[in-house]
Design a protein around this ligand. Sequence first.
Ligand code: NAP
Length: 250
Amino acid sequence: MSPSLLILGGTTEASNLALVLADRGIRAIFSYAGRVGKPRAQPVPVRVGGFGGVAGLAGYLRDNAITHVIDATHPFAAGMSRNAVQACAATGIPLVALTRPQWHPVAGDQWRDIADIESAVTALSGPPKRVFLALGRMHLAAFKAQPQHHYLLRLVDDPDTPPLPNCHLVVARGPFDVQGDMALMQRHDTQLIVCKNAGGAGAQAKLEAARALHLPVLMIARPDLPPRRELVTPQQVLDWLDHPATDLGV
Ligand code: NAP
């Protein structure tokens, strides 16, 4: 039977995989959560919106005769990733994650490791600072609990209302570069960066900029996920499709 893939998307890695699959004529459906106003166009058919939990996803996989699932969601999209593990286990459909290696500090970095968003909010207790909150839109409201700071935000979409009372919003979509990120932080007198350990090249510029400017970073750790096979390149996904039993564990 020829493969019919479901790509759980929303990342650059997912888009790169879709290109490779389309080039090779491998059937795939690309799934967006529907959080972003104008999602990137894809060279394969696209569906948008949640599946309705584990049962909804399992039903979708069966109804659409999906043979393989590629979880290429963001490393912090833990709900979708957990659902994918469970739905694939329930239906017997093979699953891999296409993900990015985490970032690790190098000489010159001043990182403080933080367990989760809630702990990042607590870590911001103290006198006012100019904080670059490089987190995306979803968890910004939690930082209302630390209203003393000025927050620099960079989001893909312009929200209808300012997410935080004392903030400056930049609307931009990555990838970003080091010179641009240094200029941004200097322009806004940034004193501290808060970000998630997303990994990948497109969002790494802010870390190199922080190093160059000797700025501290609160680095939020990735959520724990159930065990699953993780791959890091589209070629590894192609190899896995050809030889699903091969141990390509990363
Ligand atoms: P999440 O908390 O893991 O997912 C919440 C629910 O959203 C899921 O249970 C699912 O709903 C739906 N969903 C998520 N990803 C989906 C997809 N690709 N296709 C269809 N439904 C999806 O996810 P999140 O953190 O809200 O992230 C949402 C999307 O934004 C993801 O696709 C992710 O790749 C992208 N993203 C997330 C972050 C981040 O930091 N979290 C950053 C950049 C991009 P049902 O239960 O109804 O199926």
